[in-house]
Each structure stands twice: as structure tokens, then as C-alpha cells.
Design a protein around this ligand. Structure first.
Ligand code: ADP
Length: 240
């Protein structure tokens, strides 16, 4: 199953933010969606779970048209926004992670299991009762990922998840994303800086001016990133 955009166009008034993008992301793929500020990355991924409506073109998740199946899309595609603080709806980590499954109307037992599994998956099992406003940056990001995971998404999109994280926190988040991708969840990381994540990715997609201008494996694309304002490793990428 896949996330697929076909000839997708999004306009804000007269300005075109996503300009005829066709892109397919299969299950289990770890994709970096890179590009300068304003290149259309956030706008594109917001179409994946129906937060925006196409002005032209189509978006499908697991074969279903997103605009026609917004609830299915929202369940299948987990989104972690740029500043997770804007995403928390409850006071404690456990209550926040439970919020999504509660809204699905699941039985209490199933909700509790999902919360436990999601917190385990991001190494926050001991923090269910912690207040979300007292978490460190890295814990906050992982709590937000847990909230998305509790919905059991088949695709996970994270918008600039490493902003403000120190190296150990970034490692911890990355570890989790890698194992999710290995277990079959597609992971899309939106970023303008691929320095620490390039080697982990299966694929790099670069946007500029609303279009996809580069799409390929990390070793094939590394040389083209700087030209598109993407921070890339300064050493040549090792052959694999
Ligand atoms: P990126 O995520 O790559 O920084 P965005 O998708 O946020 O890019 O923005 C793409 C373009 O759309 C930019 O020119 C931006 O100014 C514009 N834009 C984004 N959001 C809005 C909005 N809500 N209203 C009007 N213009 C917007």
C-alpha cells in the first residue's frame, strides 16, 4: 500500500505552493522530504491526511482517494507537526496518547494496550503520568510520535522533528523511526537539514518552488542537495 499524489496542485490565493507533484511512497520506505523554506513540503504532506484539499490532481492513501475518505486517511497517516506543543491535547503523556484511540471509540482495554505499546515504542514507558509541559525537547517529540503511533498508522509523517533536539535526543527519535520503517510503516521526514539523517534514508525527495526537483537514493542525490538550500553532509557520502 502507498501514499500517492498525482499531478497535485495547491494554491494559496494566486500563489502556487504545490505545482503538479506526482509522487508515490510505498510502505516501509524511509523518505526525507527536503527543500528550502517555502518550497512546499508542509503543504504537500498536509494533503496526505486530508488536512488540505487539492486545487487539482489527486491524493490516494492505500488506494483510497483522500478527499473522499478523510477519516480513513487520517487514521492511516499519522502526522507529527513542527512544534509538538501545539499538538498536545491533554495534561499528561498517557492521557494525551490515549486521546486519539478514545476518539475512535475503542474499548478501554484496547486503548490502554495501544497507549502502552506506543509509549514502549518510543522508550517513554515510565512517563505516562509525566506532564507534557514538563518534558524535554526530545521527550516531547517522542511523546508526539507515540500519540501518532497509538492510532496504528501505516504511514507516519514528521515535519522538522529534529529542530531544537540535541544529538542524543535526535538519535533516540531516529532509532524509533528506523525500527518503525523496518516493521513496514512508511516514514516521511520533512526537513531542510539532512546532515544526520541522510544515511538512514531509503530515498531523498527535494522540492523547490512547489515542484519535485530531485528524487533518488541518498548516495545518488547527496551532490545535488546544497544547490537546493538543503544542508547536507560536507564529506562525500560513502559508497554502499
Ligand atoms: P515548506 O514546508 O517547504 O517551508 P510551505 O508548504 O510551508 O513550504 O509553503 C509553501 C509556500 O506556500 C510558501 O510560499 C508559503 O509562504 C506559502 N504558504 C504556506 N502556508 C500558507 C498559508 N496558510 N497561506 C498562504 N500562503 C501559505
Amino acid at each position: 500500500m502507498t501514499v500517492r499524489a498525482e499531478s497535485l496542485v495547491h494554491r494559496y490565493g494566486d500563489s502556487v505552493a504545490v505545482d503538479d507533484v506526482t509522487l508515490e511512497i510505498p510502505d516501509g520506505e524511509f523518505v526525507l522530504l527536503a527543500g528550502a523554506n517555502g518550497s512546499g513540503k508542509t503543504t504537500l504532506v498536509r494533503h496526505f491526511n486530508g488536512l488540505l484539499e487539492p486545487d487539482a490532481g489527486e491524493v490516494f492513501v492505500d488506494g483510497l482517494s483522500v478527499p473522499e475518505n478523510p477519516v480513513a486517511a487520517r487514521t492511516a497517516v499519522g502526522m507529527v507537526f513542527q512544534d509538538p506543543r501545539d499538538q498536545f491535547v491533554a495534561a499528561t503523556v498517557g492521557a494525551d496518547v490515549a486521546f486519539g484511540p478514545e476518539n475512535l471509540g475503542l474499548p478501554r482495554e484496547e486503548i490502554d494496550k495501544r497507549v502502552r505499546d506506543a509509549l514502549d515504542a518510543v522508550n517513554l514507558s515510565g512517563e505516562a503520568d509525566a506532564r507534557v509541559d514538563e518534558l524535554s525537547g526530545g521527550e516531547r517529540e517522542r511523546a508526539a510520535v507515540a500519540g501518532a503511533l497509538a492510532m496504528r498508522p501505516t504511514h507516519l509523517v514528521l515535519d522538522e522533528p529534529f529542530t531544537g533536539l540535541d544529538a542524543p535526543a535526535r538519535e533516540a527519535v531516529l532509532d524509533r523511526l528506523e525500527s518503525l520503517s523496518e516493521s513496514g510503516t512508511s516514514v516521511v521526514v520533512v526537513t531542510h537539514d539532512v546532515r544526520d539523517v541522510l544515511e538512514l534514508a531509503d530515498r531523498v525527495v527535494v522540492m523547490a518552488g512547489g515542484s519535485v526537483v530531485v528524487d533518488g537514493t541518498p548516495d545518488r542525490t547527496v551532490g545535488e542537495l546544497a544547490a537546493h538550500d538543503v544542508r547536507a553532509p560536507c564529506r562525500p557520502f560513502p559508497d554502499r
